[in-house]
Design a protein around this ligand. Structure first.
Ligand code: MN
Length: 383
């Protein structure tokens, strides 16, 4: 019997030939408030990456309401990509996105949000060239649906509770996150406790303090949040306070989540070593793309820490990119907040990402499975 012939395989290469950037401005459905900044519009850096075969990949770079979070801005990111990052990827093989990620990282280590936009465009192009969804390039999904938390607004208690009740009844979300840190702690905790009293029986509740408290303030008020039924407290103290986080973790009845404290795989290792957190928030933007997110998740998992899929308020494109990597992470025990498309008044995809009963449904098209609507691009493009 002759040996069956294996199908011929060969290693393909596909050079990148061009990179283009577009800045878009998309209004939000309502203002989104952080402890420092309030967003009314989301600036989106759309990156179009072209290959030698004519295959095109799209990537999205965003920041949360300006440079207050990490120092980058949409305008700076566009200049960085055009002038410095495009030249290091043009001529390189798009079918080696991991190697490209390292190359981009070396060219601009301090600009993860810009790097993430370009790296996601490379993953999208690689997936499209091979005819596979990006999650399959990454080893395949653990789950096909991701639970999605909704960020409640900062309006009056009655208004916020009514919004949450409506979403619960519609079956749109089962967990909610509240922003804190913009008011005096006592008043802030009173507001959140009143909201939690009305909702904690029926929904899972989290707060994000964006590092606005010091250790003493957190020690004073974290027990009240736990008593009110807050399950998860995100970044109560500033990013650098690993010792503070570790001490607070010892006494907190709520799980603590690190967000601003974890940008890089080395940060994740520091958090694990210092026993400083229960959960890490993964975001493709702050970590510079899908590759670093997977390295951080691996460290968290090895350290017995849970993962949460964070957002920087992306359109369907960035949301799909996040979903493609988050679904491949085994330790994603705390769900996601991939609610960006709900907060934006319009999308740039011909078919936006799909949600069903509080979950994001993973797509099956090549790349991130998102087609950019050229009319929307023209409509929202900054002039
Ligand atoms: Mn956060």
């Amino acid at each position: 019997m002759p040996e069956p012939t294996a199908p011929e395989t060969r290693r393909r290469t596909l050079p990148i030939t061009a990179v283009e950037t577009h800045i878009l401005d998309i209004p939000l459905v309502r203002p989104h408030k952080f402890s420092v900044a309030t967003m009314h519009t989301q600036g989106v850096l759309l990156i179009r990456l072209v290959t030698d075969d004519g295959v095109v990949g799209w990537g999205e770079g965003v920041v949360p309401g300006g440079p207050w979070w990490g120092g980058e801005s949409i305008e700076g990111m566009a200049a960085l990509v055009d002038r410095y990052l495009a030249p290091v990827v043009v001529g390189q093989d798009v079918l080696r996105p991991e190697a490209l990620a390292r190359r981009i990282e070396r060219a601009a280590p301090g600009a993860p949000f810009a790097r993430a936009g370009l790296e996601t465009a490379a993953w999208d192009a690689a997936g499209r060239a091979l005819g596979l969804p990006v999650h399959q390039l990454l080893g395949g999904p653990h789950r096909d649906r991701l639970p999605v938390t909704w960020a409640l607004g900062t309006d009056s208690v009655g208004f916020v509770v009514e919004e949450a009740r409506r979403l619960l009844e519609e079956g749109r979300h089962r967990s909610f996150k509240l922003k804190m840190g913009g008011e005096e702690p006592a008043a802030d905790v009173r507001r959140v406790s009143a909201i939690a009293d009305a909702l904690a029986e029926d929904a899972s509740l989290a707060v994000d303090i964006n590092g606005a408290w010091d250790e003493y303030t957190a020690r004073r008020w974290l027990p009240s949040l736990a008593d009110a039924g807050i399950r998860l407290v995100e970044q109560p103290v500033p990013a650098a306070g690993l010792g503070s986080l570790a001490r607070l973790r010892q006494q907190s009845g709520s799980a603590l989540m690190a967000d601003e404290s974890v940008w890089t795989p080395a940060d994740a290792l520091g958090l694990v070593t210092a026993h400083a957190t229960d959960v890490v928030s993964l975001k493709i933007g702050k970590s510079g793309g899908l590759s670093a997110v997977r390295r951080i998740a691996a460290i968290a998992e090895a350290g017995g820490i849970g993962c949460y899929g964070g957002t920087t308020i992306e359109t369907s494109l960035g949301t799909a990119a996040s979903a493609h990597v988050f679904c491949t992470i085994g330790a994603l025990d705390f769900g996601t907040e991939l609610f960006g498309p709900f907060l934006l008044s319009d999308d740039i995809a011909t078919e936006p990402v799909r949600y069903e009963a509080g979950e994001l449904i993973l797509g099956s098209g090549p790349g991130f499975g998102i087609t950019i609507d050229e009319e929307k691009l023209a409509k929202y493009k900054r002039r």
